[in-house]
Design a protein around this ligand. Structure first.
Ligand SMILES: [Cu+2]
Length: 109
C-alpha cells in the first residue's frame, strides 16, 4: 500500500527542465505535485519547441537561449501529459499518439 502524505498547505514548487533534441532527462519525465500547489516549470531547450500541457490546456513556445516559465495552480487532480506540438502547424494539426515529453501527476490533498 502506498501512502502519500501531502503537506497541509499548498506549496510553491519550481522545476527546472532541460529539453535536449526534443527530450527531457528520465529523472524529469514524471513530476509529482499535490492539489492546490503553485507549480512553476522553467523550461530551456536547445531548439525551438511548442509545449502543450493537457487538461490545463496551456501552450508555451520555448525558444533556445532563454528560460520559459509555464506556471499554473494545480486545481485539477489526475495525470496530465505534456506534449510537443509541431511548429506552426496551426490548431488541430497534431496527434497525441507519441509518448509525452513529460507527465504531471497531481495528487489529491
Ligand atoms: Cu497537444
Amino acid at each position: 500500500m502506498l501512502i502519500t502524505t501531502a503537506p497541509a498547505f499548498p506549496a510553491e514548487l519550481t522545476f527546472d527542465i532541460k529539453i535536449e533534441r526534443g527530450r527531457v532527462p528520465d529523472a524529469m519525465r514524471l513530476i509529482r505535485v499535490n492539489e492546490g500547489d503553485i507549480v512553476k516549470l522553467r523550461w530551456t531547450s536547445d531548439q525551438p519547441i511548442v509545449l502543450h500541457l493537457h487538461g490545463y490546456d496551456i501552450e508555451k513556445r520555448v525558444a533556445p537561449g532563454a528560460i520559459t516559465e509555464l506556471a499554473f495552480t494545480a486545481y485539477a487532480t489526475g495525470r496530465f501529459p505534456i506534449h510537443v506540438h509541431p511548429q506552426g502547424a496551426g490548431s488541430g494539426g497534431h496527434t497525441h499518439e507519441d509518448a509525452p515529453l513529460a507527465t504531471i501527476e497531481v495528487y489529491p490533498r
